[in-house]
Design a protein around this ligand. Structure first.
Ligand code: GDP
Length: 469
């Protein structure tokens, strides 16, 4: 199996080693209390220091959240556009950008930045993002109220007037909100964000609007002012998204219904669940036959799928295990082929193999809530796997691996539609890749090469990307 063997794979307790607080209404969010029964691995326990930071965060959030006097004060100062007074509560307004996997990774990143800078995260949550996740913090909300005084948050674009770079150009920093584009487009990325001096300036800004589709945590390790604190919070660097994903994300009861119904109908009986996630990007499409062959040759190389008897039609043997292959993909082709394979051929050793795919939506439709609920359900179902084969460069796959606590095998991308010579590689860690780190040279960023090399590596699936290991 390709799961992390760093520490023993013990089952976590209901509160995930102290990550979660008991003080929630159980029925309002069943997944918070039940998910531990489904995860196969919990390789990393949270550090005492992380737990302390989370409890502090929760207290701060409760004190500063919408509905509190401190929130009202911060909003009225924003509305008046005049105040220069330092505020007790400083905020990060998270703006959704791109697909669900991207959103979950940028949310984890924004939350880490909030832990590092003592801010409070509020979500701009348009209708397509509703009814996906429960409130993560007790007795409060992380949803930005609709009367927030910055209008058209969904239409700000990539470089609005209040963007950090525009303000720097005009040398005009005031108490107005600052829009930070930390998304993947280098052209618009506010890359100076990653420099020490700029962090000092941003410290004084009451409201930061964060627009990003990336997992920037590996890049935060490259910032001198945050590195020590990150080390304390995450003595095991590989555990960041694993722990914070399980801490922050709890599917709502409607999504949890999808997940658990599917799990109990199709997967619960299996002794082993092998999750396969097939993503085809526009820049890397290849014919179904080629992709299917890539999956098979990867499977031969890394021993992922049960092998079949080529001639014989029956097989008996010691390995009469039941194995479920769970496929997540927008398309049905790979499911059809694999299902037929195990219908027509016996698996070596007598393994009983079943093949399942919950949905095949055809195209990405992030603007539709029901579509996103299915996507979230499948991310979680993959997260309950014993072994994972994911698609390179896909944040959907990254989130599944982190939640699962599994180091996946990653199918390499067919850049320029050319089938890669090596079908797949084993991931060095369960951490997501920051696919597009900033290109910037400045003090406080990525100075000590040797020190950095102990934290980050080039991603297996994207040589310009960096990941923690
Ligand atoms: P990425 O584009 O692979 O990095 O992942 P994202 O999650 O950010 O965006 C892809 C989006 O396409 C998902 O959020 C879904 O809306 C949709 N999608 C892609 N693959 C699947 C899949 O296997 N199952 C489902 N239900 N939706 C998918």
């Amino acid at each position: 199996a390709s799961h992390a063997s760093a520490t023993s794979a013990t089952k976590a307790d209901e509160l995930l080693g102290g990550l979660l607080l008991p003080s929630f209404d159980r029925n309002s969010c069943l997944s918070r209390y039940e998910s531990h029964q489904y995860y196969r691995f919990s390789p990393y326990a949270p550090s005492t220091y992380l737990l302390r930071k989370l409890r502090e965060y929760e207290a701060r959030h409760k004190k500063c959240a919408p509905g509190t006097p401190l929130y009202a004060k911060a909003v009225s100062q924003l509305r008046s556009g005049r105040g220069t007074e330092a505020m007790e509560c400083n905020y990060l307004v998270w703006l959704p950008y791109n697909g669900l996997g991207n959103r979950m990774l940028s949310l984890i990143s924004t939350f880490v930045y909030a832990l590092l800078t003592n801010r409070v995260v509020l979500l701009h949550s348009p209708a397509d993002f509703d009814d996906l996740f429960c409130e993560p913090f007790p007795d409060t909300t992380w949803v930005l109220p609709p009367d927030f005084p910055v209008e058209n948050l969904s239409q700000l674009g990539l470089s609005p007037d209040q963007s950090y770079r525009n303000l720097l150009d005009r040398k005009k920093m005031s108490n107005d909100p600052v829009f930070l584009n930390l998304g993947h487009e280098h052209k618009f990325m506010d890359k100076l964000f990653f420099c020490g001096d700029n962090q000092v300036v941003l410290d004084k800004v009451n409201w930061l609007l964060v627009f990003s589709d990336l997992y920037i945590v590996p890049t935060l390790y490259s910032m001198a002012r945050f590195r020590d604190e990150l080390r304390l919070m995450f003595p095991e660097k590989e555990s960041v998204a694993h722990l914070l994903g399980r801490y922050l994300f709890h599917p709502t009861n409607s999504v949890w219904g999808l997940i658990t119904r599917y799990y109990h109908s199709y997967l619960a009986q299996a002794e082993q669940i092998i999750g396969i996630q097939i993503r085809m990007f526009p820049f890397g499409t290849i014919p179904v036959d080629d992709m299917y062959n890539q999956i098979l040759s990867c499977s031969r190389q890394e021993h992922i799928l049960p092998t079949v008897e080529v001639n014989g039609t029956t097989s008996s043997g010691a390995d009469s295990k039941s194995k479920a292959i769970l496929i997540a993909s927008l398309y049905a082709d790979y499911y059809e082929r694999l299902r037929l394979t195990y219908y027509e051929h016996a698996a070596k050793g007598g393994a009983r193999v079943s093949v399942f795919q919950p949905s095949h939506e055809g195209v990405q439709a992030t603007e539709r809530r029901a579509h996103n609920q299915k996507a979230l359900s499948e991310i979680y179902l993959l997260g309950f796997s014993d072994a994972l084969l994911t698609s390179g460069m896909s944040t959907f796959g990254y989130v599944s691996s982190s939640l699962a606590g599994v180091r996946p095998t990653i199918l390499l991308t067919a850049h320029r539609h050319k089938v890669p010579a090596t079908p797949c590689v084993r991931a060095v860690s369960m951490e997501p890749c920051n696919l597009t780190p900033p290109r910037v040279r400045c003090t406080g960023y990525a100075e000590d090469k040797e020190d950095l090399a102990q934290h980050v590596k080039r991603c297996e699936d994207e040589p310009i990307g960096v990941k923690l290991f």
